[in-house]
Design a protein around this ligand. Structure first.
Ligand code: ADP
Ligand code: MG
Length: 729
């Protein structure tokens, strides 16, 4: 029996809907996190104060204090049954990494003790030579080290009965270059903090810290594990490379916000419980548009913590799914023909005085502050649209961006009719000439109920890749499997850069004797004019927009190898270097790593396509051919006229045609891969993989395979069909 039928038969037996009933969320929330409250309990005054100041201001911890903090953390962890610890980090492979060490050690006199010293807390040297480094570490110097990031609290990861203390860290090379997602993110956040505080101080001297905030919305698919195992393409690539759309898809939209199937519901509650213990403030869960698609979203947090929490969530979701004999698919496009998955990044900035900088204020003065940050964001996206596009570029996201139901690869900003009107008013009211200035132009009255106003006009535009949604921007083009750190690093860096320029521009007017508010208004006007063309309120999925965007001169780079170019332009180098986020070398290295990731992913997909074609698609087709041949022969022998088996002959012919086309195309694809592999230059190789392997063959081969799926006897077909993957649970 093929795995497919085995999976189908066993489906009913997988219905584990029992979960340990969860107590009140507040009773478990953060119980596995070394929060400041816990720290208060386990640390001396001195150690506690030092920890707080390294969290708040990134202050270095000296060794003696580090020892105290480490043993406090160990005491807490041991009280919870932990025996091992690990430095937890986010390498550029896109997953999380850990290497467990035990607290257990043997002293020089032979006594066995448990210890966790400051040194082990602060720094470790994982043997990390096989993590991607883009050439930053020559192989003979394959060392990198992980360094404690106190801004993210230590936590305990429970796997089965095992419990491990995880210390969030950054991962850097011995010469100091960052090798992970987290280190540059922290730098970008710091750069934004400085630039934003400076601008805030025009309005409020009391602001001393600005913290960007992130609330992600994670979309995902859930399918039965046995079904998953019967699809080698899902196992290898996270997406189905073959599969005929099922008769029923998402056209009825009956799954969207419908009731969650019981088995999935049990899974969701289970992973939510794990998340609550780790202090991940999940709040919403619901069905998404596509069958078997769901979404989970937390209450927003400061960016660095939110990024860690999303990485942890993806990890936990995967692990807990297996417990339920389910699999979670985080891939951007697991199934052709139905919606893909994204990870909307809701982003704003908060001051230490408690103000959300993207929320309209109550007075003209606070409104001017809102307008400043609002317009600067638009300007940042306008000026650096290409870099922002590069930050979300990946092989899996290419299947989604620009596909019919996902944000296009064109970066534009949606702000809603009401704010469009505000901006055009400002443009008209503020004269571009100084001698015509007038204090009345400062009286900007912005409605406080922006969210409602946005809702009013066409339920906010769901097709925009970057939309203002009332008190935050929502970056929707981020892919579901991505680490949010990359887009967040870029967004916060371009914002920092724009705010710095803004301050320079305003100050130079003030130096010329302009009043502060008037100077600000003038620069805002200038920025509105300069960035108008990135604003778009219409249907982002339409062809008309693609044409319009081209007329406006907005970039529309559809493939990853080309989109990544924006990371290494002179403009990008100046941007990242002047904000202390990436050096030239680091940018070049990252560019190289992203290209290589792309090549490998396409290569793996291409291989699995070829392999499945010969091992899973052709055999049932050929067997069915034999059946038909025998049938025809038998009918012929009985002396029946040809019309009695003409239908069988027709099917036979069609099958032969598809079988031949597949064999032929797969051969050619393998040749194309060989040719591409011989290219030395990484960028050229990535382009070859995209244009000569993927674009040239994938859809074609699939077309014929999917036709066979329709022709061949269902009993013969090996691969679970879309209707089984998506509708049976
Ligand atoms: P939806 O967009 O689905 O209508 P919401 O507007 O309530 O839902 O929020 C979606 C996400 O935006 C949530 O994760 C929420 O925490 C986050 N969010 C809300 N306010 C902010 C903010 N100021 N900064 C960052 N994220 C925010
Ligand atoms: Mg949203």
């Amino acid at each position: 029996m093929s795995l497919r039928f085995h999976a189908l038969e066993n489906l009913a037996g997988n219905g584990n809907t029992e979960v340990i009933s969860t107590p009140k969320i507040t009773a478990i929330f953060g119980s596995n996190v070394f929060t400041l409250k816990t720290a208060r309990e386990f640390l001396s005054d001195e150690a506690y104060k030092s920890l707080v100041s390294s969290i708040r201001s990134g202050q270095k911890t000296d060794r003696a204090i580090a020892n105290q903090i480490a043993s406090g953390i160990r005491a807490w962890a041991e009280s919870k049954g932990v025996t091992h610890f690990t430095h937890w980090f986010q390498p550029l492979t896109g997953t999380t990494a850990e290497k467990h060490d035990s607290f257990f050690t043997i002293k020089s006199d032979g006594t066995a003790i448990e210890q966790f010293e400051g040194d082990a807390l602060i720094q470790q040297e994982p043997d990390a030579s096989s993590f991607p480094s883009g050439g930053l570490r020559a192989t003979f110097e394959a060392r990198g080290y992980t360094a404690w990031d106190p801004s993210s609290p230590a936590f305990i990861m429970e796997i089965g009965n095992g419990k491990t203390l995880c210390i969030p860290t950054i991962f850097v090379s011995y010469t100091g270059e960052s090798l992970d997602y987290k280190a540059p993110l922290l730098k970008a956040l710091e750069s934004l903090n400085k630039a934003a505080v400076d601008v805030c101080n025009y309005f409020d001297r009391n602001v001393t810290r600005v913290t960007p905030t992130l609330g992600w919305e994670q979309e995902y698919f859930v399918i039965d594990e046995a079904m998953f195992n019967a699809r080698p393409d899902l196992v290898m690539t996270g997406r189905t490379v073959y599969g005929q759309s099922s008769a029923k898809n998402q056209q009825l939209e009956d799954h969207y916000f419908g009731s969650i199937p019981e088995r999935v519901y049990a899974y969701i509650r289970d992973f939510e419980t794990e998340c609550y213990k780790l202090g991940i403030p999940l709040r919403t869960r619901h069905n998404e548009v596509a069958p078997a698609q769901f979404e989970v979203a937390p209450i927003f947090e400061e960016v660095s913590v939110a990024v860690d929490h999303n990485s942890l969530l993806m990890d936990i979701m995967d692990r807990v799914a297996r417990r339920h004999k389910l699999r979670v698919l985080l891939h951007e496009k697991p199934f052709a023909g139905i919606n893909g998955s994204g990870k909307h990044n809701n982003w704003s900035m908060a001051t230490d005085t408690g103000v959300n900088l993207l929320a309209p204020g109550k007075t003209p003065k606070t409104n001017l502050m809102f307008l400043t940050f609002f317009v600067n964001t638009i300007k940042a996206v306008h000026d650096y649209a290409d870099v922002l596009r590069a930050s979300i570029a990946s092989a899996p996201n290419d299947h989604r961006l620009g596909a019919n139901e996902a944000p296009p690869a064109i970066i534009s900003v949606f702000i809603g009719q009401y704010l469009s009107k505000v901006l055009s008013d400002v443009k008209e009211r503020v004269s571009s000439k100084f001698d015509e200035q007038d204090e009345s132009m400062l009286k900007i009255d912005i409605h406080k109920n922006i969210p409602e106003l946005l809702l009013d006009n066409t339920d906010r535009n769901r097709t925009s890749p970057f939309a203002f949604t009332g008190n935050k921007f929502e970056f929707r083009a981020v892919g579901s499997s991505a680490n949010c750190a990359n887009p967040m690093t870029v967004l916060n860096t371009i914002m920092a850069q724009t705010l710095k320029q803004f301050k320079e521009d305003v100050d130079s007017l003030i130096d010329k004797g302009e009043k502060k508010e008037i100077a600000i208004m003038h620069v805002i006007r200038e920025y509105i004019v300069a960035s108008e063309k990135v604003l778009f309120e219409g249907d982002g999925y339409s062809e008309a927009w693609e044409k319009e965007a081209e007329k406006r001169g907005l970039p529309n780079v559809k493939t990853t190898p080309l989109a990544l170019d924006a990371m290494v332009t002179d403009k990008a180098k100046i941007l990242f270097e002047s904000n202390d986020v990436y050096s030239h070398e680091e940018l070049e290295a990252r560019h190289e790593i992203e290209l290589e990731k792309y090549i490998k992913k396409v290569q793996i997909e291409s291989r699995i396509m070829g392999e499945l074609a010969t091992s899973h698609i052709l055999p049932p087709a050929i067997r069915y051919q034999t059946l038909l041949v025998n049938n025809i022969r038998g009918l012929k022998e009985t002396g029946l006229p040809e019309s009695a088996y003409s239908n069988q002959k027709q099917i036979l012919e069609k099958i032969s045609e598809h079988v031949n086309s597949i064999s032929d195309l797969v051969e050619k694809m393998i040749e194309a891969r060989k040719t591409s592999n011989n290219i030395d230059n990484t960028r050229a190789k990535a382009i070859a993989y995209q244009s000569q392997v993927k674009d040239k063959f994938f859809d074609d081969i699939r077309y014929h395979a999917d036709k066979l799926e329709l022709l061949v006897d269902d009993r013969e077909w090996y691969l679970p069909k879309f209707r089984e993957l998506l509708f049976l649970r």
